[in-house]
Design a protein around this ligand. Structure first.
Ligand code: AHR
Length: 508
């Protein structure tokens, strides 16, 4: 049968700037949950473990992703976490019932060890505090312990613990998903708003250099969304810098065309949160703009059933171990595109999570580490998606699916890196059958030539990677070419693509 072809057009111009991209948009997340910490980043006795017990094979993969910021230590776990349990001599640390995930927390890893790990991983830490079971007092002590130089009770305790210099943690989350009834210490919007505002004031008194993230809704389906944002921001607006968004998708009814369109829902979610922030800005006659921290996003559904079989009160059981498919990688690519297109307001985003728990990196206890399908769009976006995001003007054929109408087959974002003289086009072809020929007008990028066209494609939507067997991995044999002020991008059916152009150096 002859290959069916669809056609799309894109205009890209140097002057259509959305924003400078905050590199923290490529952040991630490590929670004390399942095998993210124990058996993931930390496994003393592992053949690759360093003197701290950190797995060097995992560190190498994290460094490959160039993750600029990692949120820690939760997640749901943080809402009943005593930070004091995780500092000081290991032999004195308590084993606790961890209520969010109903496991035993040994506290072998804590704040200081995580700061050590972050340095080795070449990343910044985004620290979350417990506003579920605790409040202003524990929070102000914690930041004094972490960020104050010395000469006070908590800062000197840090020094006693072997950390002479303060950690200088800049970004702090005021709790986690406090709108969720499942959260230990769940609050109403007014209760949370008041507590978050007062905690923010205290934290800034200790360290005026910090940035603060107020909890938004746990997802856009929450019955209290977006009233939660409006009410909490009414309290917190002048005290915080960001509001959080969390969203996970799944292909539960095995409808791939509909599944690939779910980034449109993410786009709506972002727009609604921006409108709500700006409504409160107007209401308060404020000069300040609140930015968005999309600090949990990913695909999460594969492991839901198997997690119900896990016995409670064990140490580091294999929870939330989604094994991702090829189609998941495409949706992840589109979610990254969506955030890039909102990079004027989305300044931080964390793929949740980083290792073993709904993660791009998987490990075996005592064994190897490997890349999931979703590793690849994340890797290319993080490594090559630095610079300014441009606004691509797209004309694409469209389709309707169960939950969406007018879904463009072409989903794209464009990044210009002036310093490297590099133009990068990320593109998903959502068409399950047809190749997509995209005519990209790049007249303002004179002298730019295609240097690489990376493609992630697979005949099997459900193809997966496992240790030692990568069924889904990119190749660089993409068929794009340059033609008088244009790039003609040939996007295989049902594929993720990165077309990279650089300015040709003309030798005189
Ligand atoms: O990332 C897994 C969980 O999802 C987090 O602990 C929680 O914040 C969210 O509901």
């Amino acid at each position: 049968m002859a290959k069916e072809i669809s056609y799309a057009k894109v205009v890209v111009d140097k002057n259509y700037v959305i924003s400078e991209i905050d590199k923290r948009i490529y952040g991630s997340f490590i929670e004390h949950l399942g095998r993210a910490v124990y058996g993931g980043i930390y496994e003393p006795g592992h053949p690759t473990a360093d003197e701290n017990g950190f797995r060097k094979d995992v560190l190498e993969l994290v460094k490959e992703l160039q993750v600029p910021i990692v949120r820690y230590p939760g997640g749901n776990m943080v809402s009943a976490y005593n930070w004091e349990d995780g500092v000081g001599p290991r032999e004195n640390r308590p084993r606790r019932l961890e209520l969010a995930w109903r496991v035993i927390e040994t506290n072998e890893m804590g704040t200081n060890e995580f700061m050590n790990w972050s340095k080795l991983a070449n990343t910044e830490v985004m620290m979350a505090i417990n506003l579920g079971t605790r409040g202003i007092d524990a929070a102000r002590n914690f930041i004094e312990y972490c960020n104050h130089p010395g000469g006070t009770y908590w800062s000197d305790l840090r020094r006693e613990h072997g950390y002479e210099e303060p950690h200088c943690i800049k970004t702090w989350c005021l709790g986690n998903e406090m709108d969720g009834p499942w959260q230990v210490g769940h609050k109403t919007a007014d209760e949370y708003g008041r507590l978050a505002a007062e905690t923010a004031k205290a934290l800034r008194l200790v360290d005026p250099n910090i940035e603060l993230v107020s909890c938004g809704s746990s997802n856009s389906d929450m019955p209290t969304f977006p009233e939660w944002e409006a009410t909490t921001l009414d309290h917190t607006y002048e005290h915080v810098d960001y509001i959080s968004l969390h969203q996970y998708y799944g292909n539960r009814d095995n409808d791939t065309a509909n599944y690939l369109a779910k980034s449109l829902d993410m786009d709506d979610f972002i727009k609604t949160v921006i409108s709500t922030c700006d409504y409160i800005k107007a209401k308060k006659r404020s000069k300040k703009t609140i930015h968005l921290s999309f600090d949990e996003w990913n695909v999460w559904f594969h492991s839901n059933e198997q997690d119900k079989q896990i016995d409670p009160w064990t140490v580091a059981p294999p929870q939330l171990e989604d094994i991702y498919t090829f189609e998941d990688a495409l949706l992840v690519g589109s979610m990254l595109n969506t955030m890039l297109k909102h990079s004027d307001r989305v300044k931080i985003a964390c793929m949740a999570q980083l290792v073993n728990v709904i993660a791009p990196i998987m490990t075996e206890n005592g064994g190897g580490a490997w890349k999931q399908t979703i590793f690849y769009p994340y890797y290319y976006s993080s490594v090559y998606g630095r610079g300014v995001a441009l606004n691509p003007i797209v004309t694409s054929p469209k389709y309707d699916s169960k939950d969406f109408t007018d879904v463009p087959y072409l989903d794209t974002s464009v990044v210009y890196n002036e310093e490297k003289e590099e133009l990068v086009i990320f593109a998903v072809n959502r068409h399950l059958e047809n190749e997509l020929h995209v005519d990209v007008d790049i007249r303002s990028f004179e002298g730019f030539e295609v240097v690489e066209h990376v493609v992630l494609e697979n005949e099997d939507a459900k193809a997966k990677n496992t240790l030692g067997k990568e069924q889904v991995k990119p190749h660089s044999n993409g068929q794009s070419y340059k033609e008088a002020g244009k790039v003609i991008g040939i996007l295989p059916k049902f594929s993720w693509n990165m077309i990279r152009l650089q300015k040709k150096i003309i030798n005189s």
